[in-house]
Each structure stands twice: as structure tokens, then as C-alpha cells.
Write a protein that binds this ligand. Structure first.
Ligand code: URA
Length: 264
């Protein structure tokens, strides 16, 4: 058989030749991928719409590397220093949203008996995002929504011990022994491990604030059922350092940089 074998030095020379030709093309393609229109960059980095971004540009409120730019089509990338009225923008690859969940909505990407709460968020491709820590249909309160899976893992994973604070309205007055049982951990039906230590703060005879660091299925309701009580109302007020505060029921907003960083 007669195989044609290219000498090693000849194949090396060919590879170098290919690399020399391909390198500028590669850099050109990379530049195209990393740059974007200035108005798009503003929308990605803020909650402004394209129209609002264009308006600000027209009003000379935007600078790129300290130069006022009015053309929305100007190409920029993440290395550019872009400011709106002297406030620097950081490119936001992902979206991070807080929503005040109303009753009779579900934390799912598909509608079931109740509609998905993603309908409440007026952003592009809302259904491409997911909910970091679900609430039941009859629970209200703080929900975090994102398209950054790594970020939501830091909220959901019990290993990360991210605190969630619930306001709970009970059927019966809180027993004096409950707080200690919650600190020690409870054996819930169908679970291998005890619940992680949870803290209770009594607000009224039948109202408490409960802090837990995990999110088993119906966890709060099952914890109170395990001590012979019943949850009549449930509302999540806080996840990590992020508080619902005065965000109205059914409303949402983007998280600020500090809030996003808390779970990075
Ligand atoms: N625990 C529950 O039982 N329900 C929720 O919605 C959240 C936590």
C-alpha cells in the first residue's frame, strides 16, 4: 500500500499558515460577538426601554469613555466606560427580578389550575426565566426570578444555607415548645434528614416570623403540622439580605447591583 505521509515540518508549516490566516478572522468574529448597539447596551444594563434609551441619547445624557454620544447605533462593548448622567453602567448579561407574588398564581413556567406568575413581568422572553425558590399558589410574597442558573442555585441549594424569612399566621396559639423543636430539627414524613435549624420570632399569639435555610416541598406548612398546628396564611418577606419592603402586590422591579451580588 502506498500511503502519502506529509513530513512533520511540512504539516507544521501548513498549520502555522492556517493560524496566520485565521487569527484576524477569529478576532473580527469575536469583536462582532462582543459589541452591540449603544441603545441595546443601555436597555440590557438598566430597566429602560429602547425608546427611553434613545430619548436620553438625544438629550446628550449618555457618555462613552467620557465623550457625549447621541447616535443609538454606536457600537460598544463591555470594556467601554458608559455613563448616564455620570452614573456608570455595568453590562448585565442576565436579568434579576424581584416580584411580589399574589395569591392564586403559580411559580411554574406553564399555566396549570392557576396562571404562572411570569405573566406579571412585562419583559422580553419572560418565560425564558425561572423562579429561584418556589411558593405555593396560596402563599404570597417575595419571589426572585432570573435566567442565571448559577445565581439561583446559590439561593435554592440547601448547602448554601441561604435564609428565607416567612410571616406565618397560625390556627392555634404558638406553643412554648415549638421554637426549641424547630431549632433542634424536625423529622418530616417522607424525608431522610431532620429539617435544618430554624428560628422563630413570635409576633402575636398566632403570628410568627420563621427563618429557614432550605426549601423542602411545603416545608413551612409541614413543619407546623409536625407540631400539631396549622398554617392559615403564609407570606415570604425576605431571601438573604433582599427584602420585599413596600413593593406592591403583583408588582416587580429589577434587583440593584448590591442585591444581585449578595447571591454571586
Ligand atoms: N413552605 C410552604 O409550605 N409553602 C410555601 O409556599 C413556602 C414554604
Amino acid at each position: 500500500m502506498n500511503f502519502f505521509v506529509m513530513p512533520v515540518h511540512a504539516s507544521l508549516a501548513k498549520n502555522i499558515q492556517i493560524a496566520i490566516i485565521a487569527a484576524p478572522l477569529f478576532h473580527y468574529l469575536l469583536a462582532i460577538l462582543l459589541t452591540m448597539r449603544l441603545d441595546k447596551f443601555i436597555c440590557k444594563s438598566t430597566e429602560l426601554t429602547r425608546t427611553e434609551a434613545k430619548k436620553l441619547l438625544k438629550m446628550s445624557k449618555v457618555t462613552v469613555n467620557d465623550v457625549v454620544i447621541k447616535d443609538p447605533a454606536t457600537q460598544v462593548d463591555e470594556d467601554d466606560y458608559i455613563c448616564i448622567e455620570d452614573e456608570a453602567l455595568t453590562a448585565r448579561r442576565f436579568r434579576y427580578i424581584i416580584l411580589h407574588k399574589p395569591l392564586a398564581t403559580i411559580c411554574s413556567n406553564v399555566d396549570e389550575i392557576y396562571p404562572s406568575l411570569l405573566h406579571l413581568i412585562a419583559v422580553d422572553k419572560a418565560f425564558d426565566m425561572h423562579i429561584a425558590g418556589r411558593l405555593d399558589a396560596d402563599t404570597t410574597g417575595l419571589v426572585l426570578i432570573t435566567d442565571d442558573g448559577h445565581w439561583s442555585h446559590n439561593i435554592i441549594s440547601p448547602k448554601k444555607q441561604c435564609e428565607k424569612v416567612y410571616r406565618v399566621w397560625l390556627r392555634d396559639p404558638l406553643k412554648t415548645t415549638t421554637a426549641e423543636k424547630f431549632t433542634h430539627g424536625l423529622q418530616l414524613q417522607g424525608e431522610d434528614d431532620l429539617t435544618r435549624p430554624a428560628t422563630l420570632e413570635q409576633v402575636a399569639e398566632k403570628e410568627v416570623l420563621l427563618t429557614i435555610t432550605e426549601g423542602k416541598y411545603h416545608q413551612v406548612k409541614r413543619m407546623f403540622a409536625a407540631v400539631g398546628n396549622q398554617v392559615l396564611g403564609l407570606h415570604r418577606e425576605q431571601i438573604g439580605p433582599v427584602k420585599l419592603a413596600d413593593l406592591p402586590l403583583g408588582e416587580w422591579r429589577y434587583l440593584n447591583t448590591e442585591e444581585v451580588r449578595a447571591f454571586l
